[in-house]
Design a protein around this ligand. Structure first.
Ligand SMILES: Nc1ncnc2c1ncn2[C@@H]1O[C@H](COP(=O)(O)OP(=O)(O)OP(=O)(O)O)[C@@H](O)[C@H]1O
Ligand SMILES: [Mg+2]
Length: 225
């Protein structure tokens, strides 16, 4: 077991963002977490990575977790290379070779300032920076946000290769359900702070909860079909 979240509650003041969420990611597993805006996806990943203290519940991780944060959060005035090195601030070795090997497109950009990169290139740096921590679990919050579909698909291929080569487990938060389900064999649907559906992606793709997530959330009663 790589990650085990049990009955997690996260609150901001009196507002409840996560209301008893449980999920698991097995060693080397590719798992998607989808859900409409405000469902609590970022709150969940921040609780998993320790950025956010839960009101109750437990997060158990066996191994190293690294997060690709929502919105990438580059250090714009630093080079690609320096941004990558910051991902290894806890480690003794800050060698970037392995990351350039996995993401060869970054090699020729290594001296470029991060704020001059395209959105797709920045997201690749954000993934590379997380990989510098040599994680057993990579948590990606909104991989495709603001990216052209072809670029997003390319990043997904990199995650698949990472998983195949190194056995890195991935928890992928993604609005593009098709993209997420293409990569992942299992998924959770989060809505209003609760897991409303879970299972193999092949079966979940047709579930009403997933269609709701696609459309940004609506009640069954309001569904005209
Ligand atoms: N710092 C905060 N203070 C107060 N409320 C917050 C804070 N961060 C998040 N929330 C609220 O918690 C709920 C869940 O937010 P969260 O960012 O986790 O959702 P999300 O699923 O990641 O949404 P999105 O798809 O838009 O990124 C929302 O109602 C949001 O307004
Ligand atoms: Mg979010």
């Amino acid at each position: 077991m790589m990650l085990e979240v049990d009955d997690l509650v996260v609150r901001y003041g009196s507002a409840t963002a996560l209301d008893g969420v449980s999920l698991r990611v097995d060693t080397g597993e590719l798992v998607a977490l989808v859900g409409p805006n405000g469902a609590g996806k970022t709150s969940l990943v921040n609780a998993v990575s320790g950025l956010m203290r839960p009101a109750s519940g437990t997060v158990r991780v066996s191994g190293t977790v690294a997060q690709v944060p929502e919105g990438r959060q580059m250090f714009g005035d630093l080079s690609v290379d320096d941004n990558l090195r910051l991902g290894a601030w806890r480690r003794r070795s800050r060698r970037t070779d392995a990351v350039y090997e996995l993401l060869p497109d970054l090699q020729r950009l290594r001296r470029q300032r991060a704020d001059t990169l395209s959105g797709g290139q920045q997201q690749m740096v954000a993934v590379g920076r997380a990989l510098m921590a040599e994680p057993d679990l990579l948590v990606v919050d909104e991989l495709s946000l603001g990216l052209a579909p072809l670029i997003a698909a390319d990043l997904v291929r990199h995650l698949a290769a990472l998983n195949a080569d190194r056995g890195t487990a991935v928890l992928l938060i993604e609005q593009e359900v098709g993209l997420a389900f293409g990569l992942c064999s299992r998924a959770y649907v989060l809505d209003a702070g609760r897991i409303v559906a879970e299972g193999p992606t092949a079966q979940l793709a047709a579930a009403p909860e997933v269609r709701a997530a696609y459309l940004g959330g609506f009640d069954e009663q309001e569904n005209l079909s």
